[in-house]
Structure formats: C-alpha cells, structure tokens
Design a protein around this ligand. Structure first.
Ligand code: NAD
Length: 327
C-alpha cells in the first residue's frame, strides 16, 4: 500500500460502499474495512483492499490504518428508529470503534480523519414541532440528544474535536441527516423510512394487497438526502477548513405521508395506510438548516426527493423480485 491510501471504515455498509466506489473512480488506493463477512457487504469493490475486522478492538484499528494517509470512519452499529430505540447499549458500544480508530490514527500519524455523526445529536426539545424551521449546528447544545445512539455520536464528535485541539490530529465531522439510495438496508429491521416505505409499496404492488403499515400518524416530518449528495458532501467537508461539526442533509422537508404519496406515484398504485401509533417514530419534526454549509462550501444537497426515490424504489423493487422471481 502506498502512503496515500485512504481507509473507509464501514466500507461494507451503505454509505461506505458508495464512498469506496467514488474514491476508486478518482484513482485513490482504498482499503475498505467492515466487521461483516464480505458476502454480506452491500458492495464489494475488487479494486480495493477489503478487510474483515472488528473495529471495536484496538489491534484491529491498528491493522486498518497501518500505512494510510486518510481515514473515513463510517463504521457503527446502527439502523433506523426501530433499531436505535430498541438497541441503545449496542449503539453506545460504537464508542469503542471511534475511540480506537482515533487513537490508532494518531499513533500511526495519519494525515486526516473524518467522522460521520448524525442529526440524532440534536436536542429533542428543538424537534417537537412538525413545522421544524431547520436545525442549526448550535442546536446540539444544551445537550439532550437521542438516547443511546445520539449520545454516542455527540460524545464521539467531541472526542474528534479534542484529538484535534490537544494532539493536532486533522479531524472533520459531518452530521448526516437521513441518507437513502440504492445498495442500502431495505429490510430486516435496520432500514430507514425511505427504504421501508419503498419496500412496503413494492410488496403491495407485487402481491395485490394494497394495505401498508405506517409508523406513527404519518404527520412527523423529516428531510432525506440522496446518497450521491452524501458522498460529494462528505469529501467536500473532509477537504474543507470547517473545524466544527456541520450539517450534511437535505432541506426538502416532508411528512411521512408525503413520502408515501411520492412512492405511490412512482409505483403507480394507491395504498391503504394503516397507522401504527405504538411503533417507534422518533422526534416530531426534523429538518436540516443549511446556512452553514452554503456559507462554507457554497453548496448544499440538491437531489430532489422525487428523483432520488425513483432510483431507490426501482432498486428495492428489483431486490424483492430477485428474492422471489415467481410472478
Ligand atoms: P450501515 O449500517 O450500512 O454501515 C455501517 C457499517 O459499519 C456496517 O456495514 C457495519 O457492518 C459496520 N460496522 C459495525 N460495527 C463494526 C465494527 N465493530 N467493526 C467494523 N465495522 C463495523 O450504515 P450507513 O447508513 O452506511 O451509515 C454510515 C455512518 O453514517 C454510520 O456511522 C452512521 O451512524 C452514520 N449516519 C448514517 C445515516 C443514514 O441515514 N444512513 C444518518 C446519520 C448518520
């Protein structure tokens, strides 16, 4: 490996798989690392060095960063609301990944370190109104993040900051707001709303049973960022002078009902919505305030939800058909 190798931790996952592909297309040497066997990776890029390691362990992190220049740390034990509300200890154990990755990156003398934080760091009391004007970076404090997952992200953000301030390690942190697209989690309990709704509508279309379950009353709001914008923004933030955690998300806010409307339209069917008010639903309203990213990078995610969902729905539809090709 040459010393300009870039490491993508969590490269077998959704965002990591897309990032590895993009970095390879730029001619970078890439080492992709994940705990899952490669047969379970969303994308396996044979031009990359693919390693299966448990990055909760310091020794594995040492192996992961050996001889490399840049590190993107995307590895974490995570999922949609259904997963993070019911697996808080598992979510918090991801602190071991970021702690050991930072320590070993520092010991190895890597040039730069990226951390993927989340909109779940934002204080819950700023997200009670469905008509959310957009969360500003300063809204993370006073701290009252999502229990479990959000606390771990907030803590790890601060650890990146202190490694930068105390040890001089170049760190950059993005707060991702819901990312979606092809080659991601679409079933099994860890999927997020765009994939879950796409799957339910595709299954309704294929089965002829047009009733689908919607978590909550469908009036909770979110914004969703298409994967191509996420990859572009991740690299731009990594290369930037932005020292503090910065939002990376779409500002096109919709209700979950509007999300279902769009997917219905793409699928060309009408579904009956059965609302499960006892299901995990997260905060009432969340949107990304993109003032800072516009000021700092002169850019913000711009793929429309309709355009991104068309690609995502088509990919999920194909996955379902591939599993059971009988008409
Ligand atoms: P993902 O679950 O698809 O990818 C994460 C990967 O990390 C998985 O492949 C998983 O196997 C791997 N991993 C978990 N534990 C590991 C360990 N001990 N050692 C090595 N690898 C391990 O998730 P994603 O959507 O690609 O998210 C990537 C990052 O972005 C995560 O840190 C996540 O918290 C953050 N994020 C994602 C979103 C989103 O909407 N997808 C939103 C906010 C933040």
């Amino acid at each position: 490996m040459s010393n300009d190798t870039v490491v993508v931790a969590g490269g077998g996952g959704f965002i990591g798989g897309h990032l590895v592909r993009d970095l390879l297309s730029e001619g970078r040497r890439v080492r992709s690392v994940d705990i899952k066997p490669t047969s379970d990776w969303y994308q396996v890029h044979n031009d990359a060095e693919n390693l299966v390691l448990d990055l909760r362990l310091a020794e594995a992190c040492r192996q992961a960063v050996a001889g490399c220049a840049d590190v993107y740390n995307l590895a974490s034990d995570m999922g949609g609301m259904g997963f993070i509300e019911n697996n808080k200890a598992l979510c918090m154990l991801s602190v071991l990944i970021n702690t050991h990755m930072l320590q070993e990156a520092q010991n190895e003398g890597v040039r730069r370190f990226f951390y993927s934080s989340s909109a779940c760091v934002y204080a819950e009391d700023k997200q009670t109104d469905p008509d959310n004007p957009g969360l500003k970076e300063s809204d993370a404090y006073p701290a009252m993040p999502e229990d479990g997952y959000g606390w771990e992200k907030l803590f790890s953000e601060r650890m990146c900051r202190h490694f930068r301030e105390d040890f001089g390690l170049y760190t950059r942190t993005a707060r991702y707001h819901n990312v979606y697209g092809p080659n991601g989690t679409w079933d099994g309990g860890r999927e997020k709303a765009p994939a879950a709704i796409s799957r339910k509508v595709a299954e309704a279309k294929l089965s002829g049973n047009h009733e689908i379950e919607v978590w909550g009353d469908g009036e909770q709001t979110r914004s969703f960022m298409y994967i191509d914008d996420c990859v572009y923004g991740t690299k731009a933030i990594f290369d930037s002078h932005v020292l503090e955690p910065i939002n990376l998300g779409s500002s096109e806010m919709v209700t979950i009902n509007q999300l279902v409307d769009i997917v219905e339209d793409i699928a060309g069917i009408h579904v009956e919505r059965k609302y499960d008010l006892s299901a995990p639903k997260g905060v009432r309203g969340r949107n990304s305030d993109n003032t800072m990213i516009q000021e700092q990078l002169g850019w913000e995610p711009s793929t429309s939800l309709r355009e991104g969902l068309e690609k995502t729905y088509a990919w999920i539809f194909d996955q379902i058909v591939a599993l059971d090709p009988t008409p």
